[in-house]
Design a binder for this molecule. Sequence first.
Ligand code: SAM
Length: 286
Amino acid sequence: MTDGILYVVATPIGNRDDLSPRALAVLAEVQIIASEDTRHTGRLLSHFAIKTQQLALHEHNEAEVSERIIQLLTDGKSVALVSDAGTPLISDPGFRLLRLAHQQGVPVSPIPGPSAVTAALSVAGVPTDKFCFEGFLPAKSAARRARLGELVDEPRTLVFYEAVHRVKSMLNDCADIFGADRKAFSGRELSKLHEQCVHATLGELAAMLDSAAIPAKGEFVIVISGAAQARLSAHVDIDALLEKLAPLMPDRQAVDIVAAVSDQRRNDLYRRMLELGGKTGDHKPS
Ligand code: SAM
């Protein structure tokens, strides 16, 4: 344990045994724990017989308390930042504190551990080589649908957190906008007693929430597979693109570009280029 370091400590998302031995040691040894909710973290600390003093840092006092914490750190104290569950700053407070720490040259160190996003992805059964974490969608349906509309062609897997009282309407909106056939995953109460992992289409997940086969109880992560390449190409007007590119560059280059943004084969694109009046190899920009 080194003085003057801000440790960012992940805590369990349900199962207390997921608290790592290193997280335990840091929480026991730092001089101060900055907690999102001191009562909530107090229960975790007393379970492990940790007596470290706490300081509340939540979204309503983050600006002011962050300054105090930086002062404590520059005075040589060691501080651990925790949130109610999982990894701080992942849809949780701490960003202002970390930004200030970096600005003031205060060393920071992560104590990695649970997070609902990685827990869900690890069992979702959809591609995880690339994903984007969207956190919480807007609460109001119009704004939520607008955001989903912006994401409809996103090719990476999407991860959402959702509040229990909105998960039904959120899934209905997702099925409506992304299509009921899109593969998805619902992770409910991960690592807890009533854990439920369901891999199905968006339409099936929405129906399971309607029928209470997935009870609207507890905490949810929703993972949705990205837009298929075919869907992306469905939005590309191949002919218009070929005609626009043809006068600007050699046909070969135009075909390469259109092939990259569509699911069309290069030979088919060459043929189409000729049908549209292109002269293969002849279009050189002057
Ligand atoms: N910082 C946390 C993390 O690293 O996952 C997330 C905090 S965010 C305020 C809380 C949201 O995370 C919940 O509404 C839910 O969407 C998700 N979540 C947290 N714990 C979960 C669990 N055990 N099972 C499923 N989702 C969970």
